[in-house]
Design a protein around this ligand. Structure first.
Ligand SMILES: *Cc1c(COP(=O)(O)O)cnc(C)c1O
Length: 284
């Protein structure tokens, strides 16, 4: 695979090199591409079906759908029940994932936990279960590939940044690149929750710096300052996702002053439905 390119943007007079993992593919992008990489290089005949579960706006959901299409694997995705309006939207990640062949199964709220817990007991050798958010055990291998690319491209920076959901990306990147400082911030839950998630995977290394958000944000909710940051980055020449990246950019601009390379984590395909939500909330 050829390394993704590095371009750069200027924000508030500061130059930020950007590692363009958003350019890998239209739907299979960013850190989801990196995390799924071990499955992508697995021979097609190893599996015939992939099962996963989680939210219906999920970038991982869509990336897995793109992977399954490429591989010819059946793809079943479980979520909690959603409204008819959400189900019938003709934009956004759910719509795109279904178009790529994903079969969507909705579970009533009160049965959801049990159903998901039971998935692991009904597998055979040809079925692979991917936990929520594209969490696969071998994700580390894909992030090691990213780390190697960065080391070889040797950008003129000593620090990297990437926003966290599960924290898998930031953690494994920091572990693979001890010579760089890796900044992240929690976009799901708070700093304490993120540290807990990361600690379940590995010991958190000293070069991983978790920046605290300025205020408590709820995941994937519209915020006026996030919209401002989205617009500011867009007019600097690169579109970023509207769910994770604004919180990371806010922390970087307000809490750091060194030169930092931002790892673009993709997810831009979800922006269309986020922009609709901003409109519905009269923020746009
Ligand atoms: C999934 C995702 C993240 C979070 O990645 P984790 O490895 O779960 O921390 C960040 N940014 C974007 C755009 C994503 O799609």
């Amino acid at each position: 695979m050829t390394p993704t390119p590095i371009s750069s943007i200027v924000l508030e007079g500061r130059e930020f090199p950007i590692k363009r993992d958003d350019l890998v593919d239209k739907y299979l992008t960013g850190n989801k591409f990196r995390k799924l990489y071990p499955l992508l290089i697995t021979p097609k005949s190893t599996f015939n079906k992939i099962i996963s579960y989680g939210g219906t706006q999920s970038n991982a959901m869509l990336s897995i759908s793109a992977m399954c299409k490429q591989k010819g694997w059946e793809y079943i995705y479980y979520s909690k029940e959603i409204s008819k309006t959400q189900e019938e939207l003709n934009t956004g990640n759910l719509y795109l994932a279904k178009k790529l062949g994903m079969k969507h199964i909705q579970i009533p709220h009160n049965k959801y936990r049990d159903t998901i817990n039971e998935l692991q007991f009904n597998l055979d050798k040809k079925i692979f279960l991917i936990d929520q958010g594209g969490a696969i055990v071998d994700a580390k291998d894909g992030l090691d590939v990213l780390a190697r690319e960065i080391r070889e491209q040797n950008p003129d920076v000593k620090a990297l940044a990437t926003p966290s959901g599960t924290g898998t990306t930031a953690l494994f990147l920091a572990l693979a690149l001890p010579e760089y400082e890796v900044y992240t911030t929690p976009c799901v839950g708070d700093v304490h929750y993120l540290k807990e998630q990361m600690s379940a995977l590995a010991n958190i290394p000293d070069n991983l710096v978790i920046l605290k958000p300025k205020k408590k944000y709820h995941f994937a909710k519209p915020y006026p300052n996030f919209l401002d940051i989205y617009k500011k980055t867009l007019s600097s020449g690169i579109e970023f996702d509207m769910v994770y990246s604004p919180g990371m950019w806010e922390c970087l601009l307000e809490q750091t002053d060194e030169k930092i390379m931002y790892i673009h984590s993709g997810g831009v395909s979800g922006n269309e439905s986020m922009l609709k939500r901003y409109k519905r909330c009269h923020l746009l």
